[in-house]
Design a protein around this ligand. Structure first.
Ligand code: DX5
Ligand code: ZN
Length: 226
């Protein structure tokens, strides 16, 4: 794992969409390894962003790990498109998939890493049987749809409970936290057991990116005893 025990996956939702490939190049230059794509359809969430064609164009210009978060209804209908576009990991919402096991299997068959996202109110037990198949679980720490929202505090307990569940099952799944992540709560989130932190507004709003990445690293190292 990178970045002192956690991976930082900047959410492109807060980047400059008119210069996406330049933003991706800037992330790579700053030493980032992942980029988080928030795909929204205006149905599952009340907002619309971009789809597979945009990701495909950027894939041709970037070697970052593309972490694709599908906030869409009927994700099963679009899996092939997103894998063909170059998604390395595809994360579907448990709430959007009536046949979650089938969706997870299909992502795997297509050669991408499967992940499942849970809205804040969704209990962990929906993961019970699919957990061994997952490369990552995304704990939403805001209600999805928009950047710049406040972190929901009970998410920390959810991450701790999920960490126990993963250890107990000897699962390889990483824990990702998405929504309201900033320098002030990064340490608590990582200490609770998160492996991958998504940051949109608290990352892109504070260039240069290499310095911002460093600040996230230092936030985790900070001694909270004093
Ligand atoms: C929210 C998205 C997040 C969002 C996070 O629906 O899934 O990835 O970009 O943005 P911040 O970090 O600003 O909360
Ligand atoms: Zn996201």
């Amino acid at each position: 794992m990178t970045d002192q025990g956690f991976i930082l996956s900047p959410s492109l939702l807060s980047s400059d969409f008119s210069r996406l490939h330049e933003e991706l190049a800037a992330l790579e230059q700053a030493g980032l390894q992942w980029a988080h794509w928030d795909v929204m359809d205006g149905h599952f969430v009340p907002n619309i962003t971009f789809g597979a064609p945009v990701i495909a164009k950027c894939r041709a210009r970037s070697s970052l790990f593309f972490d694709v978060h599908l906030m869409i209804e009927q994700p099963e209908a679009y899996l092939d498109d997103f894998v063909r576009a170059g998604a390395d990991l595809i994360c579907v919402h448990a709430e959007a998939s009536r046949h979650l096991e089938r969706v997870v299997s299909r992502i795997q068959e297509l050669g991408a890493k499967p992940a499942v996202a849970l809205n804040p109110h969704t209990p962990l037990n929906v993961l019970e049987y699919v957990l061994p198949r997952l490369d990552m679980v995304l704990v939403m720490s805001v209600n999805p749809g928009f950047g710049g929202q406040r972190f929901i505090p009970f998410s920390l307990k959810k991450v701790r409970d999920l960490k126990n569940m993963i250890e107990h099952r000897k699962s390889k799944a990483l824990i990702q936290v998405d929504g309201g992540v900033d320098l002030d709560n990064t340490k608590a989130i990582v200490d609770s057991g998160a492996d991958v932190l998504v940051s949109g507004s608290a990352f892109f709003g504070h260039p240069p990116y290499a310095r911002r990445r460093q600040q996230f690293k230092e936030a985790v190292q900070a001694d909270s005893s004093g």
